[in-house]
Structures are given as C-alpha cells and as structure tokens.
Design a protein around this ligand. Structure first.
Ligand SMILES: [Zn+2]
Ligand SMILES: [Zn+2]
Length: 439
C-alpha cells in the first residue's frame, strides 16, 4: 500500500535537507471503513460527537455514521446543512452557530465544502476531527488549510488537518461519476506540477525534494494504470484515486508548499473560479477544470520543446512590456480579485527587469536541462487526451461551460502569486505572442 511509503519520511533527515517532520493523519481506506468509527472516537477519549453533513452526503454515509454511533449508545448531535452549499462565510457561519459546545469531537461527512468547513470548525473549537470521505474528488483531505470564499474572494485559510481520514470504498465507489472523474483529473495535474517544481528549481533556485516527487509520481502511475476501471466504479481504480489524492495532500505538507500537487493547470482553474465568483460565470468541479487545463498545459509544453531561447528577443519583449496596461487588462478580466495580485506585485516584483535578466541567463544556460525535465515528466498531449476520452471527461473549456478568453486566462496565471509556472517562463522568453497561436 502506498501509504506505507510515508514511513520512509519519518524519523530521518531526507536527502533534500528537510526532516519532513509534519503531522500525518491516520488513514483508514477499505470496504466497511465506516464501521471503524467507534474505535477512532474511543482513541480520542471523546464523549459526544458533532456530525456535519449536507443532504446528499447524509444519504451517502451520514445516516450510516449516526446508526453506528446509536448502536454503540454514543452521544452525538447531527447538523445536516440544507440546500446547495458553497464554500463561503455563510456556510461556515451556519455550522458554527449550530455547534453544540459540549461536543468534544467533530465528524464531517462529505468532500470539498464539507471538509473545508469541518476543518475550520475543528480549528476554532480546538477538538479532534474525523472526515468520512464521500467522494475521491479533490486533494484537500489531508491538508491543513481550507479553501473558502471570503468577501467574494477565494482564499486559502489556515485551518486544521483531519486527525483521521475514513475512506470507505463502498461509499467512495458510489459517489457521482462526475466526482470520480474529477478526482482522476486532479491527479493528472501532477504531471505538470512536478515538472514545474523541478523547472523552478533550475530557474529560480526553489527548494525541491526528489523523494516527495517520487511519492507523487508513484501515486499518479497507480491511478493511470487503473484508470480503465473508473467508469465501472472498480474498487481498485477508486482506491488508487482516493489514496493518490490523500497522499498528494500529505506530500504538500511534507514540502511545506503546494508545488508537489499544483502548477499552472491549477492556476487556470483558480482563474475560472475567480471569474465565477466575480461575474457569476459558470464553473465546474475543481478536478475537471484541472484535467482540461492539464491537457492545455501539456500541449503548450510540446510547443516549448521546439523553442530556441533568444536573449535579444526576450530582453526586447521585457523592455517593451507595459505593466500599467497589463494590470488594467487584468482588472477588467478578473474584477476585484485582481486588486490583491496588483498589490502583491509591488512586493514581489515579478516583472522587475533586473530579476528578469538574471532568470533569463539561467533559462538560456539550462535550456537542455529544462527540456529534459519536460520530456521526463510530462506525457504527450495525446496520451492525456486518451485518458480523458476513456473516462468521458470534458476535454475543452467549452465542454466545461467556460467561455472566457483562453489566452487571457493563461496570461493571468502568472500574476496569481510569486510562483514560477509555465506562463512566467513564456513571459521570460518573450514568446507570449507565440503562445496565443498555440492555444
Ligand atoms: Zn525531502
Ligand atoms: Zn487540486
């Protein structure tokens, strides 16, 4: 089992220089894993549970959790959130208001929004937290932050990692098919994220850990090897995706960065989500968006492989670049969300000409190494397309229902934060115009 590999990380210094001594949640993935619930509750010495679910997840597994606790005569209070829930202040507020003070353990039953909310509540209440996963749809199960919309902006709030993650295969395999596909989509993104992590090390000297990268690659390979069974809800396929997603969350805590699991493809998805919040435009499940963006990024990297960097071209492009004009375009494309990016640029100085010249020297010196990384980590676009076709997942932004300009989306990905991704590389090379023709 992949989870066993995590033991290699504890108690010794890694070749990367870090000791990766971070909290790793207990994981129980098997058929009937929910039945282990009393064991975990007793382990924490808890006396009364606060159970959070929504109407769908209550049907999928919440009721079963309650039945098990009733049978054991264990005290609990349940709060089933009604209606369609969003990851925002309103949902968090509802849960906090319904929380009963003498509860000493939180059990959340669900996936993205429910888990993000449960993590926040457990951080506020400072009590243990168990997540009963209902879908292998995203990699936030093992992370200690929550993605929430605050004042209309998507932010990553520091919350708390689950103490126990319960993945009952009987529940997970019966999740909506769309969520199973999204889970695999979020895993596909790791082809790009690992490549960009290595590239960032070469160009901007970013910290990198090969052991963590290996862990993620192994998890991803397992998902791909078993992908054919996903549509039939095959247990091995579902297990590989769930385990892979949990592992990627842990890999991010090991690294102390999102690098092992998120690259430019995640930024495409973030931009679409930001526009959704700002303008009410359509968005899709995170993993489905990431899958489409992974396909786009793989195609762009194929074009990058044909580029010969030109120092003159890059320097001329950067000297002509007008940040004022660009920030105006960014504001009209993203609305209020652009303000933070523009404010960050004042501190980060990503567009500083001297910093650019320094990066460009590294890019030109190490171009062969960069291309080798692309070859080693990113499969051909057609291989990714084949996987998406096989699982009948959306292949284009249009199929996701997203209709904003793709090139502007790409351009905007370089401003999200100071993280070196493909769009930063193409800007550094002075080839943004070419990229427009590649999309
Ligand atoms: Zn390491
Ligand atoms: Zn993700």
């Amino acid at each position: 089992m992949l989870y066993e590999n995590l033991k290699d990380f504890t108690g010794k210094t890694c070749p990367c220089g870090k000791d990766h001594n971070v909290f790793v949640p207990e994981l129980c993935i098997k058929n009937g894993a929910i039945n282990e619930m009393p064991f975990f509750i007793e382990k924490f010495g808890a006396k009364k549970a606060f159970i959070i679910a929504d109407e769908n997840t209550y049907r999928a597994a919440g009721k079963k959790v309650c039945d098990i606790l009733k049978k054991k005569a264990f005290q609990f209070v349940e709060y089933v959130i009604s209606g369609t829930i969003k990851p925002d202040e309103y949902t968090v507020g509802r849960v906090v208001l319904h929380f009963v003070n003498d509860c000493d353990i939180i059990i959340a039953v669900g996936s993205g929004v429910i888990n993000d909310t449960g993590k926040i509540l457990s951080a506020i209440a400072k009590i243990p937290y168990i997540i009963v996963a209902t879908a292998p749809s995203m990699d936030g199960y093992a992370s200690k932050s929550s993605s929430v919309d605050v004042d209309g902006l998507k932010v990553s709030l520091s919350s708390r990692c689950a103490d126990v993650i319960i993945g009952d295969l009987e529940v997970l395999k019966n999740a909506p098919l769309k969520m199973l596909k999204a889970g695999l989509g979020d895993m596909l993104a790791k082809y790009i994220s690992i490549a960009e992590w290595r590239i960032a090390r070469e160009i901007v000297g970013e910290y990198y850990c090969e052991e963590i990268a290996k862990l993620v690659r192994t998890a991803l390979k397992k998902c791909i090897d078993n992908a054919k069974g996903l549509l039939e809800r095959d247990e091995t396929a579902v297990k590989a995706v769930f385990e892979g997603l949990v592992l990627c969350g842990i890999a991010m805590s090991f690294a102390g960065l999102s690098r092992p699991a998120s690259g430019v493809e995640h930024y495409f998805s973030h931009i679409w989500d930001m526009r959704g919040l700002e303008f009410g435009s359509k968005t899709e499940l995170h993993g489905l968006q990431c899958a489409v963006a992974t396909l786009i990024a793989a195609g762009l990297y194929e074009n990058i492989a044909k580029v010969t960097p030109s120092e003159k071209k890059a320097l001329d492009f950067v000297s002509d670049f007008n940040y004022g004009a660009w920030s105006k375009k960014l504001s009209s494309f993203l609305g209020g969300a652009a303000n933070i990016m523009i404010a960050n640029e004042r501190i980060e100085k990503k567009y500083d000409k001297e910093k650019h010249a320094e990066r460009l020297r590294n890019i030109i010196d190490k171009w062969d190494v960069i291309l080798k990384i692309v070859r080693e980590e990113i499969p051909e676009r057609k291989k990714i397309l084949k996987i998406l076709r096989f699982i009948k997942a959306p292949e284009t932004p249009e199929e996701l229902g997203i209709d904003c300009d793709l090139f502007t989306t790409f351009e905007a990905t370089k401003d999200i934060r100071d993280k070196y991704v493909l769009s930063r590389l193409t800007w550094d090379l002075g080839i943004m115009e070419e990229v427009e023709t590649w999309l």
